[in-house]
Ligand binder design. Structure first.
Ligand code: FE2
Length: 356
């Protein structure tokens, strides 16, 4: 089987094909690359038989309608998808067969009503239903989004094996595809929560405004073929929860502290240091362990704890996570809230353990 990601930026488009014939499928193609896709098909002598959109997109205009018009391919989406130009509508459990390739459809609503995930051999294409590692998943606060549905959909993953490789529709920070097993450890959306806890977790993330995304949705509802049908900011991690938290948080600069230096601080002036570990509960008892005396606040709850933390404002606050990524977000949230002496443990618990 041929399987590759063909876009040069954070929107991911996957090309899937048979090695023995020239027919291929595109998943989540982006209008800005419409001409590139046609060039690729021509250059490699490929026939596009199907385009699949994993859901109605809010951050880019789909190339599905244009590719269908120009190549005569089928345009596949879930049966609840709004665009009228969709030619094949699928539902949960459907199996699409393309020569020797089988694509199993899972309905995974939450980010949108029409979100589907696709199982292709040992791969799971998740759309915005699940991203990689601390990126979590696509936001649920746009039209058609529903946190309770998202929780139900995430539970469907329980039946799937650890070794499935996860390929999302977005990746803004060059995280590499990894297994569902790894996501169970590192993705904050996949930590065990009741439905109520999950809804609260999403509320606590306090995502920033996204009015422009509603215009993009409208353009996709209408099967737009013009890349300028809606205004889209360049290089915004629009669909990533981390990137959509309170406007401006991601631009705040933070200071880092090396594991060795933190160790010196703890030896010499322990009382002046507050360690906040922002990992999920199960990670604290995992192989990386935890530093003695931490205050545990999972990253999703940090904004809700800022008032409680006021009493520690005079201390040096060191934010800790697995590798430093979530802690950087945590430190940015604290700095935005007026905490000044904030540091991130560089390299997180991985570096801490190596330094010992
Ligand atoms: Fe999306």
């Amino acid at each position: 089987m041929i399987f590759k990601q063909i876009n040069p930026h954070s929107c991911r488009t996957y090309l899937i094909g048979n090695e023995n014939d020239n027919s291929v499928i595109l998943v989540d193609p982006v209008i800005d690359h419409f001409a590139d896709y046609l060039d690729l098909l021509k250059k490699d002598g490929l026939t596009l038989t199907h385009v699949i959109d994993t859901h109605i997109h809010a951050d880019h205009i789909s190339a599905g309608s244009s590719l269908k018009d120009v190549t005569g391919c089928e345009y596949v989406m879930h049966e609840a998808a709004p665009p009228q130009c969709v030619s094949v509508r699928v539902q949960d459990g459907d199996v699409l067969r393309f020569n020797t390739i089988e694509i199993k459809v899972m309905h995974t609503p939450g980010h949108t009503r029409d979100s589907i995930s696709l199982i292709v051999g040992d791969k799971l294409l998740t759309g915005d239903f699940l991203f990689l590692d601390d990126a979590g998943a696509g936001r649920d606060d746009l039209p058609g989004g529903n946190p309770a549905d998202h929780w139900e959909s995430l539970n469907k993953l329980n039946e799937l094996p650890d070794n499935l490789m996860i390929y999302p529709a977005h990746e803004y920070r060059n995280r590499q595809p990894s297994t569902l097993g790894r996501q169970r450890q590192s993705n904050p959306h996949l930590q065990k929560r009741s439905k109520e806890e999950f809804i609260k977790y999403l509320e606590d993330l306090r995502l920033g405004p996204a009015d422009w995304m509603k215009d993009v949705l409208q353009a996709n509802y209408a099967c737009a073929k013009d890349p300028n049908a809606a205004w889209i900011p360049i290089d915004t991690p629009a669909c990533e929860i981390k990137g959509t938290m309170e406007k401006g948080v991601n631009e705040i600069e933070v200071q880092y502290i090396e594991a060795q230096e933190l160790n010196n601080w703890l030896q010499t002036s322990r009382l002046e240091v507050l360690l906040i570990d922002v990992r999920e509960k199960n990670e604290l008892t995992g192989p990386l362990g935890q530093i003695e005396g931490i205050l545990h606040i999972p990253i999703g709850q940090l904004t809700g704890k800022l008032t409680e933390l006021q009493e520690h404002k005079q201390k040096n606050i060191v934010v800790v996570c697995r590798s430093g990524a979530r802690a950087t977000t945590g430190a940015q949230i604290l700095k935005k809230a007026g905490f000044e002496r904030v540091y991130v443990l560089k390299g997180g618990m991985i570096s801490w353990n190596k330094s010992k």
